[in-house]
Design a protein around this ligand. Sequence first.
Ligand SMILES: NC(=O)c1ccc[n+]([C@@H]2O[C@H](COP(=O)([O-])OP(=O)(O)OC[C@H]3O[C@@H](n4cnc5c(N)ncnc54)[C@H](OP(=O)(O)O)[C@@H]3O)[C@@H](O)[C@H]2O)c1
Length: 318
Amino acid sequence: MAVLVTGASGFVGGAVCRALVASGEGVRALARSDAAAETVAALGARPVRGSLEDPGSLVEAARGVEVVYHVAGRNEPCPRDLAGLYRANVAGAVAVVEAAARAGARRVVLTSSAAAIGEPRGSVATEETVPVGFPSHYARSKYLGERAAFETAARFGIELVAVLPSSVQGPGRATGSARLFRLAASRRRLVVPDTAFGIVDVDDCARGHLLAARRGGAGRRYLLSGATVTAAEAVRLVAEALGRTVEVRAVGRRLLRLAVPVAAVLPGDLVCPDTLRTLAHGHRFDARRSREELGLDYTPVAETVARTVRWLRSTGAL
Ligand SMILES: NC(=O)c1ccc[n+]([C@@H]2O[C@H](COP(=O)([O-])OP(=O)(O)OC[C@H]3O[C@@H](n4cnc5c(N)ncnc54)[C@H](OP(=O)(O)O)[C@@H]3O)[C@@H](O)[C@H]2O)c1
């Protein structure tokens, strides 16, 4: 039977789509524009026109499909349209799960986020950590979306497995952290926040999705995170892959907190109160469940960084 992927024209969904095509699955991909349809067709999937806002199109897209990979969502660190963010990540997830059930699919694999855990600052988060709060609207929207998706799945009697990737890195990511690669390529000294975050290679993330479909327990969530690095370590890894030396200094959390009101009036989509709060919070994840239950093994971070550098060079971005 075929599978359906939403968000296949994006970074994570594209990798999931490629992995599914490579494994021999008949892949349909939801596309809401001609450009998205072209992108997914180039990956080897069959484009199906529709969007998260059009429930009828979702049911049609999922008809005759066994597994729906719901990857589509708004991944915005500094959202300007908050209502749109929550609509896509919460109502969109509910709409896809309901449509999959109505169309007769067996299972939905939902791309949630490690940010949806909401762990206390300084702790090592697992899938069972009780949420205490969220440093960003993005994180809150992903938490609410995942929770609503599980409630909808229970109501409609369809299997749901959630995967929770940490920061997805690798070839294909031209925004966000790609800026760090460009900075490390051009500066001799860098000041970075004293923070830590989880990283998962984009190909590991895609394999995690396929393994969740095959081996994941219905109703379970799986963190996908290969390693934890500090921002300073990340710069050093990038510099090493570039074959250069960058002097790194880390600024403390207190300074980040003080900068929050200033960030509120800055233009741009990367520095805003939500990103500073996220950096001041930091994240450490324990993804043991994905190794033990899904059998997922992770690429060493240095290899992911080296591959990304090669890709950025090939695109002329470095
Ligand atoms: N990147 C990460 O580090 C990371 C980490 C954890 C979780 N995630 C999650 O992974 C998912 C994908 O993120 P990404 O980084 O790959 O983002 P991305 O590159 O911006 O891709 C987003 C995808 O969602 C589609 N989409 C958005 N709104 C839609 C709508 N209303 N109807 C139909 N399709 C819609 C986009 O379609 P168009 O091409 O038409 O815009 C695109 O295919 C998100 O749910 C995000 O929360 C990402």
